[in-house]
Design a binder for this molecule. Sequence first.
Ligand code: DGJ
Length: 545
Amino acid sequence: MRRASFYATLILAWTMFAGSLAAETNPPIPQIVHTGSHYQLLVDGKPFLMLGGQAHNSSASNPKDLEPVWRSLVAMHANTAEVPLYWELVEPQPGHFDFHLIDSVIQGARQHGLHLVLLWFGTWKNGAMTYTPSWIKLDPEKYFRVRNEVGQPIDVISPFCTAAREADEKAFTAVMQHIKSLDESERTVIMMQVENETGLLGSDRDYSPQANAKYQSQVPATLMSYLEAHRGHLTPALESAWAAKHFARSGTWHDVFGGLAPETFSAWYVASYVNAVAAAGKHQYPLPMYCNNWLAGPGAARAGDWPSGGPTFHVLDIWKAAAPSIDILAPDIYIPEFLETAAAFRRPDNPLFVPETAFVPSFASYVFPDLAEFNGLGFSPFGIDFAVQDGKLTPAGKALAENYSVLQPLLPLIEKDQYTGKLFSVIQGVDNANVIRLTPELAAVTSYSPGRGFIPPVQQSYKEPRAGGIIIELAPNDYIVAGSGFRVEFRNLTGPARSPEFLSVERGTFQGLKWVPEQRLNGDELHVNLHRKPGILRVRLYDVK
Ligand code: DGJ
């Protein structure tokens, strides 16, 4: 071997060795593990549940505006910040990238001990194109828009515009490359939201010539095979639309879906576009990726009143078929039917993650059923920037802080016990008492203190905190009861009608999975009472035979 090539080989070997050493010393990349119908988000190789909060839309355009975000999240005991990244500022000129805002977001989160979920405001934001760069907005020939039924262009990029999709893929790829270079040694960023509330606001489908040609073509074979394979298990709206067409095995969109055709068509092509963007980004740095959505909610009569084709409930199956690179389809829940919506999105093929919900006192306790019965991966109210005002928490901030502070020490236990049937949430509903069946023999009867969250049936105010908490079975007759605003009576469900007696009641906390008692409650305090003060109680019961 000549001397020059000997040195070249040596350098190459060293580079490869150093590279593999770096890969070995980096913490493992965050990932979602899916076993059967169970899901876990792993961060640093361990299960992680997100107690989050999302910044207002414009707060990440200047690092100064993120200061209140960090302050609020720390005061509320959150562990994750959701912060947007804007295509228009990341790529002000085609191919010229500016990452200084990303750098400061990552730095800010690290300084405050928080993880990050970054939100890519790219082609879509709330069913429109407002975050696309000026050079996209000003070139409608190349980056053409959706046309409505009367042929007018609207404020949405057409999902059939290949040039826009390729530009978005390129920008998102650059973003993911940059995040990798900055963060693979620390893994502050744990998940990416691809786009924001996708779909077509203002039209049920695209009526551009390109779109019309596709609409008259056959439904793609991949979607038909998915439908066949999942027949009987599709969302009710999709199943009945297809049933009305006698479960047609092929045909145009109208032949197969009838009245639901414009929305299913939009869902397939929006999801395919978003999938391409996500796949390009994952190719650089495969973080878990999700899409949030604007629900087809109250007051919206037809697709287009909500962004048509976004992953709202009734077209979830279309998204599952079209977007395998998206790990989670996630609801933004601002409507009072939080629990019903969570139940609809929690499916064997989709974990529950609530990336946005109302930041009001009455919604803060929904974190408990999210993590307990729905085995959710996280919870994150929107617009938390000013939870601290004049050095004090606002009512919404206080309600969330109480719940997050109780949950923080319980997270390892909850992570271990999801999917085991040992987690029960306490959530004040429209009644003033709930019966929670812990086992066939034992119930927890919860009641809520007057003045703190008594919610008269039906007209429930967003301003009233809703009592909430979690009950965790450690062992038979051995329970953790945590939260605030309620008390619990235990009742035997079989045998003589009497309650089990207390062996002990302790107030305390957890270090990892170890119970650390702080106060023994007896005498006047021998109750399971979290009316006045949020906290964690351990209750041991016994039956007098
Ligand atoms: C849902 C969007 O996803 C957020 O970015 C924000 O616009 C909120 N709506 C405002 O309520």
